[in-house]
Design a protein around this ligand. Structure first.
Ligand code: PMT
Length: 211
């Protein structure tokens, strides 16, 4: 099967020296790419900036911004059977980019932000993707409820929900503990390395029938 996996944070530039980003290390997405490749699948990994090595045998596309990730996903989608969106895409970006470094001016500064394109939300409705679609939900409360909302709104086959209020799992940690939310049930994966969690997710991904 052919997998497309997104990973890592995006960086939304403000001026030549500054950008908005988040705490994603990319580990969860890279573990998924490695597990899928290990199982013999073709894998394209589309990732924001991380300090990680690309798993051997995986096709790799580096992006910086949410818009670049959106474009890369759209372009790489033909022929993909399973798409897994593990990236922590910035939800907002600065409205204006300043070609010059913004100078300190007063005690306060107001930054105007606008929404970035919703990549997961575009998969079915804009890109017409008909394969297996797996989203992630990074939440700090009511984790399963929010995940179920995403599953329905974005027409996913499964949403992997993790609690990002904890420092021992989720963002920038070696381990994770997740709930796999399906249309008809929820399965829980106990706290384990991201590599082991990834193996289970890939196993599920290969047996889901998309429609
Ligand atoms: O990278 P690590 O340090 O290993 O951390 C792993 C992780 C916490 C980043 C990962 O497990 C995770 O939860 N990834 C999703 C993070 C996220 O942005 O969640 P969200 O609930 O804000 O977004 C929901 C889904 O929409 C995600 O699949 C996300 O990739 C996608 N999305 C979000 C915004 C946007 N503009 N486009 C998107 O496609």
């Amino acid at each position: 099967m052919k997998f497309l996996i997104t990973a890592g944070p995006t960086r939304e530039p403000l001026d030549p020296a500054r950008y908005l980003t988040n705490r994603s290390s990319g580990r969860m997405g890279y573990a998924l790419a490695g597990a899928a490749r290990h199982d013999g699948h073709d894998v394209v990994l589309i990732s924001g900036p991380t300090a990680l090595d690309v798993p051997p045998g995986v096709d790799f596309i580096h992006v910086e911004t949410a818009q670049e990730m959106y474009d890369a996903v759209r372009d790489m989608l033909p022929g993909v059977d399973v798409a897994i969106m593990a990236a922590a895409v910035a939800d907002y970006r600065p409205v204006a980019y300043s070609e010059r470094k913004i100078k300190k001016d007063g005690d306060r500064m107001v930054l105007e932000l606008e929404r970035t394109p919703d990549i997961l939300g575009s998969m079915r409705s804009v890109f017409g993707f008909t394969g297996t679609l797996i989203g992630f939900a990074a939440e700090t409360n009511d984790v399963e409820d929010y995940a179920r909302g995403k599953l329905e709104r974005k027409q996913c086959n499964m949403v992997v929900a993790n609690d990002v209020s904890r420092s021992d799992i989720g963002f920038d940690s070696r381990e994770n503990e997740v709930a796999l939310v399906f249309p008809d049930r929820v399965e829980y994966l106990e706290k384990d390395t991201k590599e082991h969690i990834a193996m289970h997710i890939i196993e599920h991904a290969t047996i889901i029938r998309p429609q």
